[in-house]
Design a protein around this ligand. Structure first.
Ligand code: DAK
Length: 259
């Protein structure tokens, strides 16, 4: 277990790394320090072969209430221009292993953007997703406008970003923002179960799948299909691909090594 001030990172025996956002007194508002710890932990997890997937969560009432507004209030235009946070967000985005966000309660602003940096969102029935920056005279700054509209479509993304209204877990699932709705006391358990399932798959195939799927946000269909074909071809050279097919044919469980 690593030691941080604003997150708690607990590797599980299943190959899943559990990361808890831990500033409950400020509703897990995302200070630069918290984001720096998170990026550092993800980078360490990237290098650790024992970690196959990550679950990110907050607490029973909040995932994260967005950027820390006390910190933001101190930044003038030059401060914003020189802000280190875009680089930290990029480090989080660059994490190549699968990440699941388990969301109960408020998931707002930068918190919603952080959840969208995860590959899968599991929403507890209390979850409320929103981009309320407009209430503060600003707009989302960590990819919220771009990722939200690509995820939920124009009308809902516009409604959320222009009005600041929140959406609940049902709407999040119906719009594709979240993969599943659970009872609140099941959110973390379900996220861990799903992460554990993913952690048992061939790691290189999982990482390639994530990379190629995310390309769909950036490319046209032809380029995306090209990436898919390249990744498919690369995987044909892995030991795990041979093991996976051999295990199926021999009617046994595969033993993946990440090679
Ligand atoms: N920042 C700082 N402190 C916060 C906070 C926040 N976002 N949210 C809550 N807190 C603090 C409150 O100030 C309060 O502190 P004390 O007064 O006790 O010292 C404590 O947490 C408890 O808050 P409440 O009393 O308000 O708690 P409630 O349970 O009644 O309400 C709430 C929970 C989450 C509904 C409410 O606190 C709230 O509306 N919070 C603000 C939500 C919000 O507006 N979020 C958007 C922030 S703007 C960028 C990247 C990202 C962003 C921008 C740029 N770049 C890379 C350039 C993102 C921007 C945003 O997220």
């Amino acid at each position: 277990m690593s030691s941080y001030n604003y997150i708690i990172a607990e590797p599980q025996e299943t190959g899943v790394l559990l990361i808890k956002l831990n500033r409950p007194e400020a509703r897990n508002a995302l200070t630069t320090a918290l984001l720096t710890e998170l990026a550092a932990e993800l980078e360490a997890a990237q290098e650790n072969d024992l970690i196959r997937a990550v679950v990110l969560y907050g607490n029973d009432s909040v995932f994260a209430a967005g950027a820390d507004l006390k910190e933001m209030a101190k930044l003038d235009a030059v401060g914003v221009l020189q802000d280190v946070r875009p680089k930290i967000w990029k480090r989080i985005y660059d994490f190549k292993k699968p990440m699941i966000a388990a969301v109960n309660g408020y998931c707002l602003g930068g918190g919603c953007e952080l959840a969208m940096h995860a590959d899968i969102i599991i929403a507890g029935e209390s979850a409320e997703f929103g981009q309320p920056e407009i209430n503060l005279g600003i707009i989302p700054g960590a990819g919220g406008t771009q990722r939200l509209i690509r995820t939920v479509g124009k009308s809902l993304a516009m409604k959320m970003c222009l009005s600041g209204e929140f959406i609940n877990a049902d709407v999040a699932v119906a719009s594709g923002l979240a993969a599943e709705k659970t009872a609140d006391d099941q959110t973390l358990e379900r996220a861990l179960e799903l992460a554990t399932r993913i952690a048992k798959k061939a790691p290189l195939a999982v990482q390639q799948a994530k990379e190629v799927l995310l390309k769909a946000f950036e490319t046209d269909l032809e380029a995306g299909l090209h990436y898919e074909r390249k990744a498919f071809t690369v995987l044909a050279a892995t030991e795990d691909r041979n093991e996976g097919i051999a295990a199926f044919l021999e009617k046994r469980k595969p033993e993946y090594k990440g090679r």
